[in-house]
Every structure is written in C-alpha cells, then in structure tokens.
Design a binder for this molecule. Structure first.
Ligand code: HEM
Length: 229
C-alpha cells in the first residue's frame, strides 16, 4: 500500500499549517475524483481511467504515450514559470517539483533499451497550447492548472506508478516519481506560496481559479487515458 492511500488526507494536506486558499483548491479537486479513484471522490466512474487503479490494464506502448504527452505539459508549464508573463508566477520557480528533466531521463532510458518513443499526440499538445494561452491572459486561472498538474502527480500519481511498475515495468521505479528532497516538505512550501499569492486575490479571482479545476481534470484525464490505450 502506498503512502498516499494510507495517510489521512487531512494530515497529508494541512501539515500543521494555518489553512488558506489551497484548502479550497484541494476540495474542488477531490470532489471531481470518482469514488473509485479516491476516498473523498464524489463522481461516478464511467471511463476506464476513472475505475479503481487496481483494475487498470495499462500497456507499455500506452504508458510511453502517456510519458511523452505529460512531458509536453510539464515542459510548457516549466517554460511559462521560467519566463513569466505575470510576476506572481516567479514565486513558483525552482520548487523542486519540476518534472521535465526527470521525464527526459526516463524517456532516454526507454530509448536506450530499444523502445520506440512515440511522437506527442493531441491530448498533451492540446493541454500545452491551452496552458500557453491561458498563462498570458488569466494568472488566477493558470495557477489552478499549476496546482493540479503538480499535486495530481504526487497523489494519484504514486498509486498509478506502483501499479504500472508491477504490471509492465518489472517493478522499475521511474524518475518521474522521484523527488530531490523530502516530498512532503516541497509540497508544503508550494502550498504556502499558493496561499500567499492568493491573499491578494478578490473573491471573484478565487472563484475563477477554482472554476478551472474541471478543465484541468478534463485535459489531464485524456492524457492519463493514453496509458490504457
Ligand atoms: C488527490 C487519486 C486523477 C488532482 C488524490 C488522492 C487520491 C487520488 C487517492 C488523495 C490523496 C490524499 O490522501 O490526500 C487519483 C487517481 C486518479 C487521479 C487514482 C486517476 C486518474 C487526478 C486528476 C487530477 C487530480 C486527473 C487533476 C488534474 C488531485 C489533487 C489532489 C489529488 C490536486 C490533492 C493532492 C494533495 O492534497 O496533496 N488523487 N487522482 N487527480 N488529486 Fe487525484
């Protein structure tokens, strides 16, 4: 059983800190999970990636497609943060959660083993394009994606990683699921920064940010679904 399934959600979340806007972001995300994905989920599972991860039948070809497409998303996100259109993005430079280089290492490993690395496909390319456009016009909405993309990978991602490693990777742990430093501390630092940035937002700004959660889920799920293709 992975840490994400045994830890109490509130413990994982609050880390003993005062509560802030991240609470609201987390709640918005948890509601959109299916009951099969997470204890706090409220949706009914319909699509394959919404079922219990234990029941998934991932394929190696599909998983490589997933890695390529999710890398396009992280590459874009990390470029946006590196050359920010809005000063608030600068807070999120070098958080230690960055995934681009880790994914590059994983893909290089597969390549050296003789696997064919696919071209990026529409789910990843579409999400990256959306993020680029949004980041230039609506910082509050963009920050919602930043939160979901990084936090989804540490929560559900760890459950998925284990399942995929057992089923198709001979238990090899990918770099994508390794962090330099204590992950819980890195996450807490980012939560504190998110709370700080949101302190200057109006209620309307906050609601627009929360409202983006559904869009983030829609895009991200399309990419996760590649694993099962
Ligand atoms: C949290 C599973 C997809 C965003 C969680 C948690 C679980 C989980 C079990 C609770 C972790 C805890 O105890 O706090 C899954 C599974 C998915 C999935 C199995 C299968 C596809 C997604 C998607 C998104 C997302 C598509 C958004 C793009 C989040 C966020 C949290 C979370 C933001 C809160 C993390 C935190 O507070 O640290 N997920 N999830 N998840 N998930 Fe997912």
């Amino acid at each position: 059983v992975s840490a994400a399934t045994t830890e109490k959600p509130w413990r994982r979340y609050t880390g003993g800190e005062a509560k802030g806007f991240v609470d609201e972001l987390r709640l918005a995300a948890m509601k959109l999970h299916t009951r099969q994905q997470a204890q706090e989920g409220e949706m009914e599972a319909k699509a394959p990636e919404e079922q219990r991860v234990e029941e998934w039948e991932p394929t190696l070809d599909g998983y490589l497609k997933f890695l390529v497409d999710i890398k396009v998303v992280y590459d874009t996100l990390e470029q946006i943060i590196e050359k920010p259109s809005f000063p608030s993005y600068g807070e999120f430079r070098n958080t230690g959660l960055e995934r681009s280089e880790k994914l590059a290492k994983d893909l290089k490993w597969f390549e050296e083993k003789g696997y064919g690395i696919p071209e990026a496909s529409s789910p990843g390319v579409a999400y990256a394009k959306y993020l680029e456009q949004l980041s230039e016009k609506d910082p509050q909405a963009f920050i919602c994606h930043f939160y979901n993309i990084y936090f989804a990978n540490t929560a559900g991602g760890s459950i998925i990683a284990k399942k995929v490693a057992e089923k198709i990777l001979d238990s090899r742990e990918l770099e994508f699921y390794k962090w330099d430093g204590e992950l819980s501390q890195l996450l807490q630092n980012v939560r504190d920064k998110l709370n700080k940035v949101a302190e200057n937002w109006s209620r309307e700004d906050k609601n627009r940010c929360l409202g983006e959660t559904e869009i983030s889920f829609k895009f991200y799920r399309e990419i996760v679904r590649l694993m099962l293709s």
